[in-house]
Design a protein around this ligand. Structure first.
Ligand code: ASC
Length: 150
């Protein structure tokens, strides 16, 4: 009986330890902050490269825009992993955690628009890219207005 209990307790302990805890990917909360800031920095950088094309500062090169739009789309899918419970800090406002469903809806909108920007880039039509770019920018801004420290 005693051994049986110890066995059960051991199994439970190992099972709990192997659960995908919210922050299992990060050794400490600062690492999550670094992760999300890095993903968002890379996203902003590649979005900025598309901006230069949209403004006419850089000639439209379909393959380059596809590469940049792919990276923006990828970063838009990664960044949110860095906002797990207990990772308050940086420029993140506390309502990211207290209004989680609203925050999630902003993430989803951003991701839908970055996916659409990639499709627009693949169309090879600069006018499509311009429209899709503006939609992404609007979603960046909406989230910054509501969830980022000024
Ligand atoms: C960028 C960038 C952002 C967004 C945002 C859009 O290029 O770095 O954070 O666009 O300014 O409003």
């Amino acid at each position: 009986m005693k051994f049986q209990l110890i066995r059960v307790a051991t199994i439970v302990a190992f099972s709990v330890a192997s659960l995908p805890a919210a922050n299992a990917q990060f050794a400490k909360p600062e690492d999550a902050v670094k992760y999300r800031q890095s993903a968002l920095f890379v996203m902003g950088n590649h979005f900025g490269r598309i901006n230069a094309v949209v403004k006419g500062d850089v000639p439209f090169n379909k393959e380059e825009v596809i590469k940049n739009a792919t990276l923006v789309n990828t970063m838009a899918s990664l960044a949110w992993q860095g906002f797990g419970p207990g990772t308050e800090g940086g420029r993140a406002l506390p309502n990211i955690w207290t209004e989680a469903p609203k925050y999630k809806s902003y993430q989803d909108k951003l991701q839908a628009s970055t996916a659409a920007m990639l499709v627009a880039a693949q169309s090879g039509d600069l006018e499509n890219v311009k429209k899709a770019f503006a939609a992404v920018g609007g979603n960046c801004k909406a989230c910054h207005d509501d969830f980022r420290k000024k």
